[in-house]
Ligand binder design. Sequence first.
Ligand SMILES: [Fe+2]
Ligand SMILES: [Fe+2]
Length: 294
Amino acid sequence: MHGQAAVMRNGPLRLFHISDIHFGLEDTRALDWVKSCIETEKPDAIAITGDLTMRARHPEFRAACEWITALKVPVTVEVGNHDIPYFNLYQRFFAPYKRFKAIERLVETELDLPDLAIVPLRTTTRAQYQRFPWSNGWVTERALRHTLDAIDALPSGTRILIACHHPLTERRADGKLLTINGTRAMEALAGRKVMGVLSGHVHDAFDLTEQTAAGPLRMIGAGTLSKRIRSTPPSFNEIVVEGDQVRVTARNLAKVPTRAMQIDEVPENALPPREPREPVAPIATVPPVDPPVH
Ligand SMILES: [Fe+2]
Ligand SMILES: [Fe+2]
């Protein structure tokens, strides 16, 4: 769906890409800092790439909706695997978005900025017949079609960023399946000259260029603002789009430089690395024990 109307303006656009706040296990200090950055710096838009909550519980959604509705800039919110009901199977299958009611108009909403559109791509599904558990991504044909149609409806020359929850990488180097249909989605997006795909889910930041059959595609991941850290302190991405250039800074309270915050390979999930050769950022702030999942 089309969202906020475009306002013509020259100069660079500055976006905040934040992800995986996981209300219920949020990092209050980091979150308060991000909020003050938003209030003082007033970015042109904010993309929140999913996992607002820990287990999609009502109090977690209340806190998430309260935090998001207080933001005074255009926002798009993608749905993460932690945001659809986990315990209530009836709701999971028949009304998975019911708990988003207070921020309904922001969910999977295209943001139309001057000569730049942020277009959502749904990667979270209610169930996956291919595997269990269902925490990883699946770009269904329907979801991909929806996004491609939205891109094709844009005025020619519009710069495009995609916002989704799961990194689109389909397989790890060892062949392990990550996002189903990710390769096809990446190729379709590269063919439409998308400038970058913003995602979350793995709780570490990255800025990678993947080669596809239709050309290169920039994959930009944001870290987490929760206590469920993987190998880096809590962070968010500041993204500056100027002409055909996209600059990414992984901002964090620990003042770790961006390159040290970023992993070089997409890991399987958000849990801290425990196996040898798992992708870890150079800073390697790996918690000594795994943070709680629930
Ligand atoms: Fe997450
Ligand atoms: Fe996730």
